[in-house]
Write a protein that binds this ligand. Structure first.
Ligand code: GRF
Length: 220
């Protein structure tokens, strides 16, 4: 870490489980692909693997257990207060498995992003891979998007397509999509940190140009 981090833009990552996307962000910061520091990782699950990943990287790991709050908005207010204390330039949801209300989202709109395992606007919510299979789709993927108060409904920034092959099951798709998630989330976060990416009233701009409504396509 060192004193350099005092100058670097600050990320706060919210996660509930395994934290492989968190790890991709940590690695991108460590390798200089993302010129930022993860100031803190906040989870709602005290035993989550993501918290251990944070500790292993000497990053502040903190838990706000949603079970201690009777009302969703109270949890969101406590979560917001904690996140704001870390003074983030950008807040990244990375497998944060709680629906967030406007209490949390509205103060952070424009500097709050999420990664979702589908080609949004298709399949917001859960069980995205099975739903894509059930629909007979020929491709699925992952999308990084700005977060608004609509669940998985904020404007897309960057997506990666994954072909659905005959014989694929949901587990196969999850594995191949996750690989793409780990690539596109650091790219989109870096654009934001570099000041190139903005959410405006009429959509998302990159380098001053409006991007397509379903986001840019990663073609690596
Ligand atoms: C990812 O598939 C992400 O798209 C979704 O939840 C999963 C989290 O995985 N929102 P991980 O905890 O980052 O490994």
């Amino acid at each position: 870490m060192g004193t350099d981090n005092a100058q670097r833009p600050r990320l706060v990552v919210l996660a509930s489980g395994r934290g492989s996307n968190l790890q991709a962000i940590l690695d991108a910061c460590g390798q200089g692909q993302l010129d930022a520091e993860v100031a803190a990782v906040v989870s709602n699950q005290p035993q989550a693997e993501c918290l251990q990943r944070a500790r292993d990287a000497a990053v502040t790991a903190c838990c706000i257990d949603h079970r201690n709050y009777a009302i969703r908005e109270q949890f969101d207010a406590a979560l917001l207060q904690q996140v704001v204390e870390f003074q983030p330039d950008l807040v990244l949801l990375a497998g944060f498995m709680r629906i967030l209300t406007p209490v949390f989202v509205e103060p952070l709109v424009g500097r709050l992003m999420n990664i979702h395992p589908s080609l949004l606007p298709h399949y917001p919510g859960l069980h995205t891979h099975q739903r894509a299979l059930d629909a007979g789709d020929s491709a699925t993927g992952a999308t990084v998007h700005f977060v608004t108060t609509e669940l998985d409904g904020g404007p897309p920034v960057l997506h990666a397509r994954v072909p659905i092959l005959s014989g694929d099951n949901a587990h196969d798709l999850a594995r191949r999509v996750l690989h793409k998630e780990h690539i596109i989330y650091p790219i989109a976060a870096a654009w934001f940190i570099q000041g190139r990416l903005h959410m405006t009233n009429s959509g998302v701009t990159l380098d001053g140009h409006q991007i397509p409504a379903n986001g840019l396509q990663y073609s690596g």
